[in-house]
Design a protein around this ligand. Structure first.
Ligand code: PRT
Length: 105
């Protein structure tokens, strides 16, 4: 099984564990605003890592973002398949053309 699909399953299971034993459960216990804050923090940390020139640091921060994004999707009852479907819908549509269709330059 793909690691992302596996991690999604683990996150769904750990959600109901004890917050003392599970980081996923702890995030859920703290609520959606904390999950949102962590997602934002990880995004900023990845942006900093992008400029640092340290590949290992960037890969680590990218993994943190993906993990927290999966926690966030699960918290809203959404799944990786919802993201896959949206990406498939966008496939072949240039970002520039899509933006132009919204009347933005
Ligand atoms: N992939 C991850 C993963 N990536 C990052 N993290 C945690 O995300 C946290 C956020 O990083 P920070 O540097 O912001 O940590 P922090 O300052 O201690 O966090 P806060 O106290 O601010 O919340 C760290 O504690 C990391 O260990 C993860 N925690 C868990 N997983 C996976 O989720 C599974 C279930 O984890 P538990 O729910 O803890 O059993 C694990 O087996 C792993 O496969």
């Amino acid at each position: 099984m793909d690691i992302l699909d596996h991690l999604e399953q683990v996150i769904a299971q750990r959600r109901n564990a004890s917050p003392d034993e599970s980081y996923v459960a702890k995030l859920h216990a703290r609520g959606l605003p904390v999950i949102a804050r962590k997602l934002g923090e990880e995004g900023v940390e990845a942006a900093v890592a992008l400029l640092s020139g340290d590949d290992a640091e960037l890969v680590g921060e990218a993994a943190d973002i993906v993990f927290h994004l999966l926690v966030a999707l699960n918290a809203r009852g959404l799944a990786l398949d919802d993201v896959r479907a949206e990406l498939a819908r966008r496939e072949g549509v240039s970002g520039l053309a899509e933006k132009a269709s919204r009347g933005e330059d």
